[in-house]
Design a protein around this ligand. Structure first.
Ligand SMILES: Cc1ncc(COP(=O)(O)O)c(C=O)c1O
Length: 360
């Protein structure tokens, strides 16, 4: 007889991974919103230096990284939660907040990990459709908050649609979230957003909303996706305490911690990379528009476009792959007939545009 697993194993959706990791170095990997730039040499060096002492467990208080983040963002260290990527923090939040009978509200399509939270906990998900411009409909989301709501999630900029909502509207929304409901503002891509301004602007909200949790990551702008470091800047100490209670004690490895601390020391280099990414994003958007295709105004390190015909999607994705370009099909992310394309290197972006033009 086969092993009998918990019911939730049948409910939890599989993460829609792109199937290109075995394709080799010649494929342009534009499917996972990673950073096109390799990590800085100093960051690699800092991670390498930890390897001679890996007979020891990591510092379970993560003091150096917590302090470095606290110094950079002016948030007390006890109000910072760290995770093995911010997916880890999201999953722990789901465990800490949700259970059968509880409700979680988020937009759809949005980050494909959110449905994991309700499926794993047995909570009810209220998925609020994006508006016609593929942005969060915050009024409709606020209207879905009930006595059963424990968690609301706003992904800003939104993955997969790349769109962002201004902080004035986020603040109006937070006014309508009861103070006992946890509000997660997932800002994994905020560094690439012109709409949001600088990366400090949203932190002002933490002073006014103790139920607010701002999620950020080292996976995107800091080029450390493979090492898995995410963090949450929180309006109170309650959230870090609850997620730490849920997780194993040593969830962030020593190399990841050292790399993240070092990465924070090189903001000038990071900003130069952001500037280059924004310039490349602009030419990618223009290139797509020149083909007569609708593309959202992106606030992230990826673009979101709608193909002329919905049923072209799988053919176009296949054709792109045959031409050495891996992108993400909208159908796997909640909206058929769309493509999500990461901003890559100049050569990769050119290859994508050329292949798309040939296919349409
Ligand atoms: C919106 C959003 N939030 C969170 C994450 C998770 O990032 P991490 O690599 O830190 O787990 C991603 C990753 O793609 C994302 O798109």
């Amino acid at each position: 007889m086969a092993i009998e697993f918990a019911q939730r194993i049948r409910r939890i959706p599989s993460y829609p991974v792109a199937s290109g990791y075995s394709l080799g170095p010649d494929v342009a990997m534009l499917a996972s919103n990673e950073c096109a730039f390799a990590p800085l040499p100093e960051v690699v060096e800092a991670a390498q230096q930890t390897l001679t002492a890996v007979n020891r467990y990591p510092d379970p208080s993560y003091a150096k990284l917590r302090q470095a983040l606290s110094a950079r963002y002016g948030v007390p260290a006890a109000r910072i939660a760290l995770g093995n990527g911010c997916c880890d923090i999201l999953l722990a939040a789901g465990e800490a907040l949700l259970e059968p009978g509880a409700e979680v509200v988020y937009a759809w399509p949005s980050f494909s990990e959110y449905p994991h939270l309700d499926a794993a906990s047995g909570a009810r998900a209220i998925r609020v459709p994006l508006d016609e411009e593929d942005r969060h409909d915050l009024d409709a989301m606020a209207a879905e908050i009930t006595v059963a709501t424990r968690l609301v999630i706003v992904c800003n900029p939104n993955n997969p649609t790349s769109t962002a909502i201004g902080l004035d509207r986020i603040e109006d929304f937070l006014e309508r979230v009861p103070s006992h409901v946890c509000a997660i503002l997932d800002e994994a891509y905020c560094e690439f957003s012109l709409t949001l301004g600088d990366t400090y602007a949203s932190l002002e909200l933490l002073r006014r909303y103790p139920n607010l949790v701002i999620l950020r990551t080292f996976s995107k702008v800091y080029s450390l996706a493979g090492l898995r470091v995410g963090y949450a800047l929180c309006g109170s100490e309650d959230f870090p305490a609850a997620v730490n209670q849920i997780r194993q004690p040593f969830h962030l490895n020593v190399a990841a911690q050292a790399a993240a601390v070092e990465a924070l020391r090189h903001q000038d280099a990071v900003e130069r990379r952001v500037t280059q990414t924004l310039a490349a994003r602009l030419s990618l958007e223009e290139g797509v528009r020149d083909l007569g295709i609708w593309v959202a105004d992106s606030d992230a390190n990826f673009i979101w476009l709608r193909l002329p015909e919905e049923d072209q999607e799988s053919e176009v994705v296949k054709g792109l792959l045959e031409r050495g370009v891996l992108v993400r099909a909208g159908g796997s992310l909640g909206r058929a007939g769309a493509l999500r394309v990461t901003v890559g290197s100049e050569a990769e972006n050119a290859r994508f545009l050329e292949a798309l033009a040939a296919l349409l």
